[in-house]
Write a new protein. Sequence first.
Length: 96
Amino acid sequence: MDNDFFAPPPFKAEEALVQLRRALRDQRGLTERGNTWSFEGQEVLQLSVVEDRIDAKLARKPARSPDWDLRPCRAAVDVRKLQDELKRRLAQWADE
């Protein structure tokens, strides 16, 4: 019996990055500049593709020199978690 029957499809980082960027454009308050995203003029997200994953640097708070949380996305579920966390932080930052 083949144990890979329920295995998820292989993660394609380049395609996932295109879809992620499209979803981020729909977020209110975010501005895209290359592979970085800004909120109220402050960088809050940096995206890059390294080998077979997306490396995302997510700011803890918007600032000129923010503290970054590194989030490697190796599967579609990781990309979704990144989107959810960014939405949560955007709502929090908008309330401040």
